[in-house]
Design a protein around this ligand. Structure first.
Ligand code: GLN
Ligand code: ZN
Length: 773
C-alpha cells in the first residue's frame, strides 16, 4: 500500500442555490415578470455564490465547489457549455443569451422548451439535452470560467464541478425529427474535444482540479458503455493542458464501472458510501484500491436529512486510508437535494431537532470527520459524544418506537395483504352494486385549484378567515364540482380535492410520526421548490383524514363518489424517509394507517376508493438487482392499504406515466380492480402493453392529455377509445383523463369532459350495435 495520507480535505460537490430566503427564486421570477433587471439578477446570483463560498470556507471546507450554481438547471448549463443549443432556440440564444437560456428552460409563446425529467431517483428535474447525428458541439466555457474567477478572486480554493461527458450523453434523447433509436452516446468522439477545450480553459484560469460528475455510471450499463467510459477518460487523461481530474459517481454503487474508472489515467475518484452504495467499500478493496490517487469519500448522506453516524463514518474512512493515496471527506452527492439549515426550524420538537442535519449541518459533520481523520478522534471527542447521544435519543424515542404501531405491523399476515376473493368474483359483485354503463366515465380526482381556493387557504393560514368560513368555501366548491359532473353525465364522480394543498402533505399533516418543516425548501426544478415532509417516527392515524369531505360529497349526489387517497409508496417517495429502518417497514406503517382510512370510507358507504401511486415507478432502484425487493414491499404496502375491503367495494389506482414496461408485473401484483394510466400521448400504447401481458382487470388509459390546455374533440377521444377497445374488451375499459385536473382552467376542463362523455356514449352505441362474434 501507499504511504499514509498526510492530509485530508473536507469538500462538497454542490450546495443549495436558493439562498436563505429563496432570494434566487424571487430574483429570477422578478426578472421574468420584468420587475428585476438582468444586471440585478446577476448581482443577486453573484452575492449568493459569494455567501455560499464564504459559509463553506468559514465552516472549514478546504476545497469549495464552483460552477454547480445555476439559474435554472446544471444539465441545461452543460448544454450551453457544449454548444448543443436546439435549432429552434438558436435565434433567441444569439439575440440574448440569458433570455435564450430561459426560453430553452420554459419555452415561449412559439417555441417549446426542452423536456424535463427526473434526475436519477431524486425529486430534482433536469432539462433533457436534445441531440442528433447533425449535432455540432462547440465549447462555451464562459459560465464555469466566470465562477472560477469569482471564487479565486475571493481567495477560495475552488474546484469546478461539471456534468461528465458520458453522463451528459446518457441523459440526452434524440432531438425532434431524429430517429427514435439514435443513441446520443455515439457522439462521444465529437464531444470530448469540447470537454478538452473547457478543461484547458479552466487550467489556464488557475483550476488545479476539476470534477466531472458521472452518476449515470451507477446504473446497469452494457459493456459498450463501459468501453466508452474507458476511452473517454483515456482521452481526457492524456491531455497535456488540463486540471487534475476527479470523476464522481453517486446515488448508488459504481459496480462494473469501478474498475474502469480505477484504471483510468485520472487523478481522483469520488465514491458514494451511503445506503446501497456502501458496497463500494468492498468493491474498492477488491480492485486493489486506487493507490496514489485521491479518493473523495461520500460518507455523509447528501440526499436525506438525518445526522450522520460519525463513528461508523470514521471507521469507513479509516478502512479507506489503506486504499487510496489521499482520502477526502464529502457528502455522497451535491447538497442540492436537502434544505439549507435545520437551525431555522425553530418550531420543531426540541427532542427531534438534534436528529436533523440539513446542508449547513452536513457541512459541519464533514469538517468534524475530516478533523477526526487527520488529527485523531480525541480532538473530536465532544462531537462524537454529542452525536452518540443524539443517535441514542432517536433510537429510544417514543416517536420512533411506538409499541402499538410496531405490534400491529409485526402481526401483519400475508392474508392481510390479499383480498378474500379473486378478481372475477369481485367484478361481479361490483357490477351488481354500481350498475355502470359499458366504458364508464370518471376523472382522476382533482378539479381546477382556482386562485380563489388558494387564496381561501392562505386566508385561513393567516387568520383572515375562520375555519367555518373556510369549510363553507370548500363545501361550496365540492357542490359546484359535483353539479358540473352530474350535468356533464360522468358516471363515477369525484369531490375534486379542493381541500388539499398537495397530495402528500395533506396526509402527512394528519398522520402522527410525520413532521413538517417551515423553511425546508428543496429545488424541484427551475424556480419551483417543494417542502417534503419528514417521516420521522412510527406512523399512526389519530383520526380519519378524508372521511368528512368524501361523506359530504356522497351526500350531495346519488351517483357513486370515489374516495381519494395517496398510496403508501408515493407518501414515501415524496417525503424524507427514515434511514433507521428498512423502507419496507416504514411503508407498512403508512399502509396500515391508510388501511384504516379505507375501512372508514367503506363503512360510510363509499363504493369506489382510489389509491394513487404516481411514484411507484420513480423510486425504482437504480440497479436492477435491487428492484425485486423494492417491488415486493411496494406492492405489499399497496395491497395492505386496500385488501381489507368487501368484494363489492371497487379499488382503483392511478399512475401518471406511460412507460411502465419494467413494472408491468408489479401493476398486476397491486391487485386493484381498476387502474387509470397516462396514455393520450402514446396513442393508447399502454393499453396494448397491458393486454399483451394478459392484464385481467379493468383499465382506464387516459384519453385526455391534461398536460396541455388543448380541448380534445369528441371524434379524437372516440378514436382513442376505439384504439383502447382493440386491446381491452368493452366491459373492462374506462374513459378518463390522463391525470388530475388541478393545474387546468375550468373552461377547458368543462369542454373536455363534456366531449369525453359524448365520446364514451358514441362508443357504447357502437358496441351495442355490433353483431355478436
Ligand atoms: N388524485 C390526484 C389528482 O387528481 C392524483 C395526482 C397525481 O397522479 N399526481 O390530482
Ligand atoms: Zn396522475
Amino acid at each position: 500500500m501507499t504511504d499514509a495520507p498526510t492530509t485530508s480535505l473536507a469538500t462538497v460537490y454542490g450546495y443549495p442555490r436558493q439562498g436563505p430566503d429563496r432570494e434566487l427564486k424571487r430574483a429570477i421570477e422578478g426578472y421574468w415578470s420584468g420587475r428585476v433587471t438582468a444586471d440585478e439578477l446577476r448581482a443577486t446570483a453573484e452575492r449568493l455564490r459569494r455567501d455560499i463560498w464564504r459559509q463553506l470556507a468559514d465552516a472549514g471546507i478546504g476545497e469549495v465547489p464552483c460552477g454547480d450554481f445555476s439559474l435554472y438547471d446544471h444539465v441545461l448549463d452543460t448544454t450551453v457549455m457544449v454548444g448543443a443549443i436546439p435549432e429552434r432556440h438558436r435565434a433567441a440564444v444569439a439575440a440574448d443569451p440569458l433570455d435564450g437560456y430561459f426560453a430553452m428552460a420554459r419555452g415561449t409563446q412559439d417555441v417549446a422548451p426542452l423536456e424535463m425529467t427526473k434526475w436519477f431517483d431524486t425529486n430534482y428535474h433536469y432539462l433533457v439535452p436534445e441531440l442528433g447525428p447533425d449535432t455540432a458541439f462547440t465549447a462555451d466555457p464562459a459560465k464555469p470560467l466566470a465562477e472560477l474567477y469569482e471564487a479565486l478572486a475571493l481567495g477560495h480554493n475552488p474546484r469546478p464541478v461539471l456534468v461528465g461527458p458520458v453522463t451528459y450523453l446518457l441523459l440526452a434523447k434524440p432531438a425532434p425529427g431524429v430517429a427514435a433509436d439514435f443513441e446520443p452516446l455515439t457522439l462521444l468522439d465529437r464531444l470530448l474535444p469540447v470537454y478538452a477545450d473547457v478543461l484547458a480553459a479552466l487550467r489556464a484560469a488557475g483550476a488545479e482540479w476539476v470534477q466531472l460528475d458521472e452518476p449515470a455510471l451507477v446504473q446497469d450499463r452494457p459493456q459498450a458503455v463501459l468501453d466508452a467510459v474507458a476511452a473517454a477518460y483515456r482521452e481526457l487523461g492524456s491531455l497535456s493542458h488540463r486540471p487534475k481530474i476527479l470523476v464522481a459517481g453517486y446515488f448508488d454503487r459504481l459496480g462494473e464501472a469501478l474498475p474502469v474508472l480505477a484504471q483510468a489515467p485520472i487523478e481522483g475518484l469520488g465514491l458514494d458510501f451511503t445506503g446501497p452504495a456502501a458496497a463500494n467499500l468492498d468493491a474498492l478493496a477488491q480492485v486493489g484500491g486506487v493507490p496514489g490517487k485521491r479518493l473523495v469519500a461520500g460518507v455523509v448522506d447528501g440526499r436525506n436529512i438525518w445526522i450522520n453516524n460519525l463513528e461508523k463514518s470514521l471507521s469507513t474512512l479509516a478502512t479507506l486510508l489503506g486504499l487510496a493515496g489521499q482520502v477526502d471527506v464529502a457528502a455522497s452527492c451535491s447538497l442540492l437535494h436537502v434544505p439549507l439549515d435545520s437551525a431555522a426550524e425553530t418550531e420543531i420538537d426540541p427532542e427531534i431537532a438534534p436528529w436533523l442535519a440539513f446542508a449547513r449541518q452536513k457541512i459541519a459533520e464533514i469538517v468534524t470527520l475530516t478533523r477526526g481523520l487527520t488529527r485523531g478522534t480525541r480532538v473530536i471527542a465532544d462531537d462524537l459524544a454529542d452525536n452518540r447521544a443524539a443517535l441514542e435519543s432517536r433510537a429510544n424515542s417514543t416517536l420512533t418506537r411506538d409499541p402499538a404501531v410496531r405490534a400491529r405491523a409485526a402481526a401483519v399476515t400475508p392474508q392481510d395483504a390479499w383480498r378474500g376473493q379473486a378478481y372475477p368474483e369481485r367484478a361481479r359483485a361490483q357490477r351488481a352494486r354500481l350498475e355502470l354503463p359499458l366504458v364508464p366515465t370518471t376523472t382522476i380526482g382533482s378539479f381546477p385549484q382556482t386562485v380563489e381556493l388558494r387564496t381561501a387557504r392562505a386566508d385561513l393560514l393567516a387568520g383572515r378567515v375562520d375555519q367555518d368560513a373556510y369549510d363553507e368555501r370548500i363545501a361550496a366548491e365540492i357542490r359546484e364540482v359535483l353539479a358540473f359532473q352530474e350535468k356533464a353525465g360522468l358516471d363515477v364522480l369525484v369531490h375534486g380535492e379542493p381541500e388539499r394543498n398537495d397530495m402528500v402533505q395533506y396526509f402527512a399533516e394528519q398522520l402522527d410520526g410525520y413532521i413538517a418543516t417551515r423553511h425546508g425548501w428543496v429545488q424541484s426544478y427551475g424556480t419551483r421548490y417543494v417542502r417534503p415532509p419528514i417521516l420521522a417516527g412510527d406512523i399512526s392515524r389519530p383520526e380519519p383524514m378524508t372521511l368528512r369531505w368524501t361523506r359530504y360529497a356522497q351526500s350531495q349526489t346519488s351517483r357513486p363518489v370515489k374516495g381519494m387517497l395517496t398510496g403508501p409508496v408515493t407518501m414515501l417517495a415524496w417525503s424524507f424517509v427514515r434511514d433507521d429502518q428498512p423502507l419496507g417497514e416504514t411503508a407498512r406503517q403508512v399502509a396500515l394507517a391508510l388501511r384504516d382510512e379505507v375501512a372508514d370510507l367503506e363503512e360510510a358507504g363509499v363504493a369506489v376508493i382510489q389509491v394513487d401511486e404516481p411514484a411507484l415507478r420513480e423510486t425504482l432502484p437504480l440497479r436492477a438487482t435491487d428492484r425485486p425487493a423494492y417491488l415486493a414491499w411496494a406492492t405489499e404496502a399497496f395491497r395492505l392499504t386496500t385488501a381489507g375491503v368487501r368484494p363489492e367495494t371497487q379499488i382503483h389506482t392511478h399512475m401518471c406515466y406511460a412507460e411502465f414496461g419494467e413494472i408491468l408485473a408489479a401493476i398486476e401484483e397491486l391487485d386493484a380492480d381498476v387502474i387509470s394510466l397516462e396514455a393520450a400521448r402514446s396513442h393508447m400504447q399502454v393499453a396494448h402493453e397491458l393486454a399483451e401481458a394478459g392484464y385481467p382487470r379493468e383499465v382506464g388509459p387516459g384519453v385526455y392529455d391534461i398536460h396541455s390546455p388543448r380541448v380534445p374533440g369528441i371524434e379524437e377521444l372516440a378514436s382513442l377509445l376505439r384504439k383502447g377497445l382493440e386491446a381491452i374488451p368493452a366491459d373492462r375499459l374506462w374513459a378518463n383523463p390522463d391525470c388530475g385536473l388541478k393545474t387546468r382552467g375550468w373552461a377547458e376542463v368543462r369542454s373536455s369532459l363534456e366531449n369525453l362523455v359524448a365520446a364514451a356514449r358514441e362508443i357504447r352505441a357502437e358496441v351495442a350495435n355490433q353483431p355478436l362474434a
